[in-house]
Design a protein around this ligand. Structure first.
Ligand code: AKG
Length: 273
């Protein structure tokens, strides 16, 4: 599957796209696998509804979930927006509690990074649906710069709470897929204490001269106390097709184990997001 030229242009213009019911036929097994991934995770406290619980390398944990990367619909989103040889950049699985304030996931000028979000509950603006500010992924224009300077102090700046800022609320039904540029401002408000969601991150393949930037990005995952970017399961079960999306990160994550060891010494628990 490839996105149409119109879908790609929409994504490039507004920074996100919703693909209604793209994975409708897979909701049951995905939800089942999601549930099975949480119990018994080493070093992860079971979700108690008080704060977000997050598992890094989420789709890496179980063999069936690994295959989402091979699914032509998911692979096709990456290939359409990032090129045929895009990198898989990890995944997280979450039980969210409450809201997520406005933020960008990245500030990438040269390489496009995207997030594919799978929400497993029916959500709208009153129950924690993701909201986005269309066009806010554009870092280089005045709009993007204004947002960077002002979004974190909306009350002082505009006398408005985060939930009152102008945004598109992306209502979801399980099976819908949301895709957004990491640079885009996004948030959620009014969520309950057990909102289920997981992500798959991807980026364009880095050029040789920028590999240090890629290594710096990979280093950020040390806060999750992981020694490699991918699990052995994800790497060992990879088809040649999947390996195209793993190989650049596998060749550049040699520093992660040392950094994670340092984090284990200095953090009380792995990061929750
Ligand atoms: O659903 C949410 O509360 C926020 C999701 C989010 O910020 C993210 O995945 O980057």
């Amino acid at each position: 599957m490839r996105l149409s030229a119109a879908q790609i242009d929409f994504f490039e213009t507004f920074g996100f796209i919703k693909l209604p019911q793209l994975l409708q036929d897979s909701v049951d097994w995905i939800t089942d696998e999601f549930t099975k991934t949480f119990p018994g995770q080493k070093e992860i406290t079971p979700h108690d509804g008080m704060k977000r619980t997050c598992i890094a390398r989420f789709i890496d944990q179980r063999e069936k979930m690994n295959t989402l990367l091979d699914d032509p619909r998911i692979e096709g989103i990456g290939a359409s927006l990032l090129g045929e040889n895009f990198n898989y950049m990890g995944s997280d699985g979450n039980y969210y509690t409450g809201e997520s304030g406005w933020h960008r996931d990245g500030f990438h000028h040269k390489y496009r990074h995207i997030k594919i979000a799978f929400y497993l509950d029916q959500l709208d603006g009153n129950s924690g649906a993701l909201r986005v500010i269309p066009g806010s992924h554009r870092l280089d224009d005045r709009f993007g710069q204004d947002l960077q300077a002002k979004m974190h102090r909306s009350q002082e700046q505009w006398e408005l709470k985060g939930s009152e800022l102008p945004a598109v609320v992306l209502d979801v039904t399980p099976g819908d897929i949301l895709v957004f540029n990491h640079n885009m401002f996004h948030a959620s408000f009014n969520g309950g204490s057990n909102r289920r969601m997981f992500t798959i991150n991807m980026c364009e393949r880095y050029q040789e001269e920028d590999l240090q930037q890629l290594r710096d990005y990979i280093a950020g995952a040390a806060r999750f106390w992981i020694d490699r970017s991918y699990t052995d399961l994800m790497m060992n079960t990879a088809t040649p097709g999947r390996m195209v999306h793993l190989e650049q990160v596998m060749a550049n994550d040699g520093h992660l184990a040392g950094l994670s060891a340092e984090m284990r010494r200095t953090m009380p628990e792995p990061a929750r997001g």
